[in-house]
Design a protein around this ligand. Structure first.
Ligand code: ATP
Length: 302
């Protein structure tokens, strides 16, 4: 009888794995449900990445037919360049990253990578080309080593450690009695927001994607952690085409282009210097954040 049930047990295990994977994806994108309507076109070829040039051309999008979310959004991120997306809560910043990952199809315009429409290539190849560092990373109830290697189960211990070094989390891991075998997650060591984000960065370093989406955490981290994370992110973004969803403008002053979103439209665009000179929405957000930072520094000194 036990033999009869073993395949069922196996099936249960596989199901749990798949479910965990989906939970991770959903958490990454803040999705409640995954979208079953997205499927590969018959005989769709794989995406072929040459330089990783990302282009949104006149993109319109709605989650529900009666409420349009994105209106005529166009931008170009040339190979290896960095685009920052800023704007108030609900402006449509995360929606752009979900569309690039093709969690949803658009209702107007086109999204291309190196000239290939993302609807015309396999989802598998598209998602292999894109790495995401989400705001909040879900960890599996397993070792920290497993959590870093997740998505690249063939990675060697040396590769895992190199990725952890790049993510500035290697010394933290090595300081623990069980090192890379330390259990984490709900039933193990609970990691802080900053530590979890560094695990996500290490995962991305191992995945080595040509395109990167960084979703900056809204919650403030202490300044030492913030500095370490910024160093790790700068390392991983180097020479990759990068889209950053930013909340703190001080982290994106070096972006090649910044787009300022408001109610699903691009309100302003340019470099940090261009936008300050425009003296519009961005300049106002910048002044506000500078004043907040100064007030914090004063409060800390008192
Ligand atoms: P935040 O800075 O708060 O993360 P955001 O700029 O990333 O905000 P989005 O998450 O892109 O904003 O949301 C844009 C709009 O789309 C919001 O008005 C939101 O209510 C709506 N929206 C987001 N996800 C869904 C969904 N799954 N179904 C329906 N509407 C959604």
């Amino acid at each position: 009888l036990a033999q009869l049930f073993r395949p069922l047990d196996m099936l249960g295990m596989v199901f749990r794995e798949i479910k965990q994977g989906l939970i991770d994806m959903e958490a990454m994108f803040g999705l409640i449900d995954t979208n079953a309507e997205i499927s590969d076109a018959p005989g769709a070829p794989d995406l072929i990445v040459s330089g990783a040039h990302v282009r949104f051309s006149h993109v319109d999008f709605s989650y529900e037919p009666r409420r349009q979310i994105l209106h005529d959004v166009s931008f170009d991120v040339a190979p290896g360049k960095k685009l920052a997306i800023v704007g108030h809560s609900g402006a449509g910043k995360s929606t752009i990253s979900r569309i690039l990952y093709r969690f949803y199809d658009i209702s107007g315009g086109a999204v291309t990578i190196d000239g290939q429409d993302i609807r015309a290539v396999t989802q598998d190849s598209l998602r292999r080309a894109i790495g995401i560092v989400p705001q909040d990373t879900v960890l599996f109830n397993d070792t920290i080593g497993y959590n870093i290697a997740y998505g690249r189960p063939d990675a060697s211990q040396a590769e895992i450690e190199a990725a952890a070094q790049g993510a500035q989390i290697d010394s933290f891991i090595k300081a623990m009695p069980d090192g890379y075998n330390t259990m984490v997650g709900e039933r193990g060591l609970k990691l802080s927001g900053g530590e979890k984000q560094r695990v996500a960065i290490a995962r991305t370093i191992l995945k080595d994607p040509p395109i990167l989406i960084l979703d900056e955490a809204t919650s403030a981290l202490d300044s030492a952690t913030e500095a370490e994370i910024q160093t790790a992110l700068a390392g991983v973004a180097q020479s990759r085409t990068t889209l950053v969803i930013a909340h703190r403008l001080s982290t994106i002053t070096d972006a090649d282009e910044i787009i300022v979103m408001g109610a699903g439209r691009i309100l302003e665009r340019g470099t940090h210097a261009d936008l300050l000179a425009q003296d519009g929405v961005y300049a106002e957000m910048w002044a506000l954040q500078q004043a907040e930072a100064e007030a914090e520094t004063r409060a800390a000194a008192e």
